[in-house]
Design a protein around this ligand. Structure first.
Ligand SMILES: CC(=O)SCCNC(=O)CCNC(=O)[C@H](O)C(C)(C)COP(=O)(O)OP(=O)(O)OC[C@H]1O[C@@H](n2cnc3c(N)ncnc32)[C@H](O)[C@@H]1OP(=O)(O)O
Length: 418
């Protein structure tokens, strides 16, 4: 058990299993939540599987950072990733440096557990940049006018669509989801529990105040065939009280190719007694926007950062991903939080692999760890950050060359929201 004294005279140490309920009480206090018993039991089970770092004042738990043992897809591979969650400090103890002290301990845990990455969904964007995190994936919120089925510019895959029992979905859908992880960086490996308790969860009614029902799963392809795609969605009918029209809420839609996507969007926009299809998270390069014959019927209602990423071990992260083009550069990396990453790094990479080693050579680019995290999965262009004044390019064209090497065929995407 590690113990670190903080400036605030709290002690940072493990949260034992026997303190799980205290940890939940603290997180509900900090987040202003009062969940039903079922949701609390779900959170308890999640927290039990996490690395848990606590800040204690005497015997009182006043701070909490937890991390799930996730595996994140990268361009050309995957890496262990600490998925931060339940981050909470008691309102009586805020702004005394407790989160900072707990993060320092968490980095030690990541190193010990062999997790070169950390990721999270931020409650507020102002919190995590100082710890070296940056948004590495973004998602669009989409709303489709479905008063009549959406006309698409290509012929949909003609295979049959069938509704399957959500209980059968994890085994059938996981191979398709895994295929999507090899296409797109930024996605977490799921186990059956994740499918059942998150993607296909039968949420408590308070989680769906707008009256949406249980998840339904539609699959493209006849029984016994390998499906070409699927959608997980919920529906609601006309709402007597509010007068709100019937609607479809899409949690996830994965398709092998554009015709399969067309078949699934046609289906979702053609469900009777509904006039709107909403999707809470779609990739910015979703073919839907180009396929719609009448683009005015598909509205992007918001673009939100999804995964905030941190490169905990920069050389391990850079050598684990694939590279689209050859590059040979010296990076001058600033990392106040994790000084082991800081300094000059000679990066050589090509489609066959990469090396990354300390050097004393003259740097081509100076950047902070958070800017490298933003670009790491291919979702942000370094040259934009140079133009913004956030990254300094010493050798003209260096940022453009690094962008070409970091580029991915598909934009990174993280559909899950925790
Ligand atoms: C992945 C997740 O779980 S996201 C959920 C995050 N949790 C929440 O939003 C719950 C409510 N908030 C809290 O519990 C706390 O305010 C926390 C955890 C966000 C911050 O904890 P604290 O112990 O107050 O942070 P700490 O004192 O270490 O702050 C370090 C620095 O971050 C800044 N900071 C902390 N929280 C915020 C914030 N919400 N907005 C802006 N700046 C912040 C502090 O001002 C401080 O800056 P400084 O170093 O320049 O003085």
């Amino acid at each position: 058990m590690t113990t670190t004294a903080t400036a605030a005279a709290a002690a940072v140490r493990d949260i034992p299993e026997s303190h799980l309920d205290r940890a939940l009480d603290l997180t509900y206090l900090a987040h202003h939540l009062a969940p039903a018993a079922e949701t609390r039991a779900y959170h308890r089970a999640l927290l039990a599987r996490c690395t848990r770092v606590g800040a204690y004042e005497g015997d009182q738990l006043v701070g909490l950072v937890a991390a799930h043992p996730h595996t994140l897809s990268l361009p050309g591979g995957e890496l262990p990733c600490a998925g931060l969650d339940f981050v909470s400090v008691a309102p009586t103890h805020r702004r005394r440096g407790l989160l900072t002290a707990m993060m320092a301990e968490l980095w030690r845990r990541c190193a010990a557990a062999g997790q070169p990455l950390a990721g999270l969904w931020a409650s507020e964007s102002a919190i995590y940049g100082r710890y070296g995190f940056a948004p590495a994936t973004e998602a669009d919120r989409v709303e489709i006018d479905a008063t009549v089925p959406l006309d698409l510019r290509i012929a949909p895959d003609p295979r049959p669509l069938r509704l399957i029992d959500p209980a059968d979905a994890p085994a059938l859908l996981d191979p398709l989801y895994e295929a999507s992880r090899t296409r797109r960086a930024g996605r977490f490996r799921r186990d059956e529990r994740w499918w059942r308790t998150s993607v296909l969860a039968l949420d408590a009614p308070e989680d769906h105040p707008e009256g949406f029902g249980a998840p339904r799963v539609v699959v493209l392809g006849a029984p016994g065939e390998t499906p070409g795609g699927y959608a997980v969605y919920r529906t609601r009918g006309f709402q007597e009280g509010s007068g709100a029209p019937g609607a479809v809420l899409v949690r996830e839609l994965e398709a092998d190719d554009a015709p399969a996507a067309a078949a699934l969007w046609s289906y979702l926009t053609g469900i009777d007694l509904t006039t709107t299809v909403r999707a809470g998270a779609r990739p910015a390069d979703d073919p839907l926007l180009r396929l719609a014959a009448d683009r005015d019927r598909v509205r992007i209602t918001g673009t939100v950062p999804c995964l905030w990423l941190r490169l905990v071990d920069v050389p391990a992260a850079l050598t684990a991903r694939s590279w689209a083009a050859p590059v040979d550069l010296v990076l001058d990396l600033q990392d106040a939080e994790l000084p082991a990453n800081a300094g000059r790094l000679h990066l050589t990479a090509d489609p066959d692999g990469a090396t990354c080693a300390p050097t004393t050579a003259t740097p081509d680019i100076t950047l902070d760890a958070r800017e490298l995290a933003a670009c790491y999965l291919g979702g942000t262009r370094l040259r934009d950050l140079v133009r913004d004044g956030l990254v300094t390019e010493h050798t003209p064209g260096a940022a453009r060359r690094l962008d070409a090497a970091l580029e991915t065929e598909w934009l990174p995407f993280t559909g899950d929201d925790h």
